[in-house]
Design a protein around this ligand. Structure first.
Ligand code: NAD
Length: 493
């Protein structure tokens, strides 16, 4: 028997578990939605229902906000060192349950289990540990005003934080919000994506084990248009951290605006990956395979527009297409899978629509270009050349395993092409020329620029997007600043 046979058998064993009934987590208790109805949670790798999700509405949000408000005073007065210890425990519990959480994430979101093990779950644990420590080092400023007054700044928690997260990195991004929010002394109501509720449900259980007091973390599941919208519009939620699509983000901003809520929006991207002729081609190809196809291209930071200096265009394309062909598309629970399933049939149809546009517009598809003929929502990793940069394929966020490769002749042209979208989330630049690296980094419309790397993250750095990729920054002290309100106190001497 081959290794591949063994791992697909193991994948089947991993799936032989009964379907999960996800519940809301409000005031430390698990409850059904007030509506009494549920939403089916479909497993992308099989297309079958694997769990039921509470179909929550404004009544559940009301209960959760009320629980969070009740818990706020005690939690915000808990010494930072005690809050920190609880967050550290939660980080340890996530790590201690890594295998189970990785399996849940792979089944729920369609991502390869190897990626969930390597990226999603360790980073969720790291988020709790990082903010547990960061809160102990947050400092504020004081100014003596010509000997006549002393000014100092208090950084106070805001109250109940509303946290809305997407399906592509479910626990990773949920913890990216919950950890700084509660570390800073807020309580929270989180609304995970209705497509991927399972690790959020498990996180709620682990928060009880970590002895985080009831009401500090509340999780309400359900549709964005119902539960999410109610959270955004709730008058007792003064702060919202939202990660999701740009169109949804615009709606969140519009609903929040009349109440002047503090807002952080982490939105979509259409990120450039720029390769100059002097780059290390081998390393650039290996990393570009990850930045193109990791998580099926469903990472906001994926570099879906590759621009290559003409002198090395053919060499890059040959190597890149060959490496793409070697990727194994398959069962997310299979240990040997490189590319799993897209999140849903609807999303697969959206991605397929762009493959049709590419064909209609005369693009050359070097590999991929089709749905994979098996149950579930699989698309072949696809490499396209020959499209105009005005094409929707190069302008819209496809959020799938589809990249374009386009030649350029000068640094100036590369910058114009890279900046020629409405997005500005991240960019990668490949070059050995130090001066050019810094020059190009400064000129890119992008919240993050990676030089000769991709997704190398340091949690201390600011993270966020320009243009339609978002408003505000999170990460490190940017997050702690966002989740607190600065108050100036002026004492006359
Ligand atoms: P989405 O916008 O459809 O949903 C995100 C969340 O918002 C979900 O929990 C959803 O239920 C909720 N929601 C939907 N409508 C709502 C409404 N009217 N009011 C309040 N909440 C609502 O996004 P998605 O499809 O889940 O995720 C993919 C998108 O997220 C991509 O565009 C991707 O680029 C983006 N993303 C951005 C980042 C970043 O850091 N910038 C990170 C990950 C994903």
């Amino acid at each position: 028997m081959t290794d591949v046979d063994e791992s697909s058998k193991a994948a089947k064993r991993n799936r032989s578990q009964s379907s999960v009934a996800v519940r809301n987590f409000i005031g430390g208790r698990f409850t059904a939605a007030a509506s009494g109805t549920t939403i089916p949670d479909i497993e992308p790798g099989t297309g079958e229902v694997m769990a039921s999700v509470p179909d929550s509405d404004e009544r559940d949000i009301e209960n959760a906000v009320s629980a969070a408000r009740q818990a706020f005073r005690a939690w915000s007065n808990t010494p930072a060192a005690e809050r920190s210890a609880m967050l550290l425990r939660l980080g340890d519990l996530i790590e201690g349950n890594l295998e189970e959480l990785a399996r849940l994430e792979a089944r729920d979101g369609g991502k390869p289990i190897s990626l969930a093990r390597r990226l999603d779950i360790p980073r969720a644990a790291a988020n709790f540990r990082f903010f547990a420590t960061a809160i102990l080092h947050q400092s504020t400023e004081a100014h003596s005003t010509d000997g006549t007054a002393l000014n100092y700044t208090l950084r106070q928690p805001v109250g109940v934080a509303g946290l809305i997260s997407p399906w592509n990195l479910p626990l990773y991004l949920l913890s990216w919000k919950i950890a700084p929010a509660i570390a800073a002394g807020n309580t929270c109501v989180a609304k995970p994506s209705e497509f991927t509720p399972l690790t959020a449900h498990r996180l709620a259980e682990l928060s009880l084990e970590a002895e985080i007091p009831p009401g500090v973390i509340n999780i309400v599941h359900g549709h964005g248009q119902k539960a999410g919208r109610a959270l955004v519009r709730h008058p007792d939620v003064p702060l919202l951290s939202f990660t999701g699509g740009t169109v949804t983000g615009a709606g969140v901003a519009a609903n929040a605006a009349p109440m002047f809520k503090k807002l952080s929006l982490e939105l979509g991207g259409k990120n450039p990956n720029i390769l100059f002729a002097d780059a290390d081609l081998e390393e650039a190809i290996a990393t570009s395979i990850r930045s193109s196809f990791w998580n099926q291209g469903e990472i906001c930071l994926c570099g879906s527009r590759i621009f290559v200096e003409r002198a090395v265009f053919d060499a890059f394309l040959d190597g890149f297409v060959e490496a793409t062909k070697r990727l194994r598309v398959g069962d997310p629970l299979d240990e040997t899978t490189d590319v799993g399933a897209l999140i849903s049939e609807a999303h697969l149809q959206k991605v397929s629509g762009y493959l049709e546009i590419a064909q209609k517009e005369g693009g050359t598809i070097h590999t991929g270009g089709k749905r994979v003929d098996r149950p579930g929502f699989f698309v072949e990793p696809t490499v396209i050349t020959g499209l105009s940069c005005d094409s929707d394929v190069l302008q819209d966020e496809i959020f799938g395993p589809v990249v374009t490769v386009t030649p350029f002749d000068s640094e100036e042209e590369a910058l114009a092409l890279a900046n020629g979208t409405r997005y500005g989330l991240s960019a990668t630049v490949w070059t050995r020329d130090l001066r050019r690296a810094h020059r190009v980094a400064a000129a890119l419309d992008s919240g993050t620029v990676w030089i000769n790397c991709w997704l190398l993250r340091d949690l201390r750095v600011p993270f966020g997007g320009m243009k339609e990729s978002g408003v505000g920054r999170e990460g490190g002290f940017e997050s702690l600043n966002f989740f607190t309100e600065p108050k100036n106190v002026c004492v006359k001497l």
